[in-house]
Design a protein around this ligand. Structure first.
Ligand code: ASP
Length: 302
């Protein structure tokens, strides 16, 4: 494995290997015992062309926990604002010989383009609505820790599936690992082309989560939609929001996930988001660190 560009490029064995390594780092972090110099003298460059709270900070902390130096490049302060082309910017940064590049970009396939031009590993931290592989891997770690294994589980991915790279990467990973994936979305938020043929589609939330082991909620990705297509928050919540009442349709021990950022009172009710036993949101954020440590270790650790 030279880069992490998308789940499509990973075999089920590679996915299992990353999850196991992430689980190792999750335990090691809890015990305070891991190799803090694993990436000593390595320089990790983060190139974020879109905003981020969780992913950028999480990669930054993961790299530093392994002893790497991190350079957070800022698109707004760069020569892109002086009309330098994207490819010239990438060639310039590559000439400085970073040991890894972590990129988030709104353009479809931008990380693959960068991987074709540079000499170091490239990690996709989210591109357009296509892929967000590290999110799918940390979600897989969270589900595995909670449910034991992915195989045979029913996972309902609900909300704005059409514009979500999280939905796309998760659907591919979970299907590869033997889970049954459902997409639950009103027609205008259902993708026209499914990432895997086996996915079952539902337009009704209660029916879509019936008997599910995992209910994964997504926000409406307004930045990727025409304003005219967006319903009012109240109307969306009434028809498609996850409430405690609706959650009764899932298995009694179903867990609730959300990649964040969460829009309370739109796709999810406060009581569901804050349920201390079933809501996995904080665990997902925490698991971002060991998962990204595992990815960096694998690609940069040699
Ligand atoms: N944080 C996730 C992403 O970057 C989900 C979201 O933005 O809704 O795709």
């Amino acid at each position: 494995m030279r880069h992490l560009l998308g789940i499509d490029d990973l075999s089920s064995d590679e996915i299992r290997d990353i999850i196991n390594r992430a689980d190792y780092y999750s335990r090691a972090l809890a015990d305070g015992r891991w190799d803090r110099n694993k990436l000593q003298h390595k320089i990790v460059l983060t190139l974020f062309f879109e905003s981020s709270t969780r992913t950028l900070t999480s990669f930054d902390i993961a790299a530093k926990r392994l002893g790497a130096d991190v350079v957070n490049w800022n698109a707004e302060l760069s020569s892109l604002s002086k009309d330098e082309s994207f490819s010239d910017t990438i060639d310039t940064l590559s000439a400085m010989r970073p040991d890894a590049i972590i990129i988030r970009h709104c353009e479809y396939g931008a990380p693959n383009f960068v991987a074709g031009r540079v000499d170091c590993p490239v990690i996709n931290a989210g591109d357009s609505w296509r892929e967000h592989p590290s999110q799918a891997l940390l979600d897989a770690l969270t589900i595995t820790q909670e449910k034991g294994e992915l195989k045979g589980l029913t996972v309902a991915i609900c909300g704005d599936v059409a514009h979500s790279r999280v939905a796309s990467s998760n659907a591919k990973l979970l299907t590869k690992m033997g889970a049954n994936v459902r997409f639950v979305a009103p027609e205008f938020l259902m993708p026209q082309k499914l990432p895997c043929e086996s996915i079952k589609c539902f337009d009704n939330l209660e029916q879509g989560i019936e008997g599910a082991d995992v209910v994964m909620m997504l926000r409406i990705q307004k930045e990727r939609m025409d304003r005219g297509d967006i319903p009012s928050d109240a109307a969306y919540f009434n028809n498609h929001g996850l409430t405690l009442e609706r959650l009764k349709c899932a298995k009694p021990d179903a867990i609730i996930m959300h990649p964040g950022p969460m829009n309370r009172g739109v796709e999810i009710a406060d009581e569901v988001a804050d349920d201390p036993t079933r809501s996995m949101m904080k665990r997902q954020v925490a698991n971002g660190i060991p998962t990204r440590m595992a990815i960096l270790d694998l690609l940069v650790g040699g």
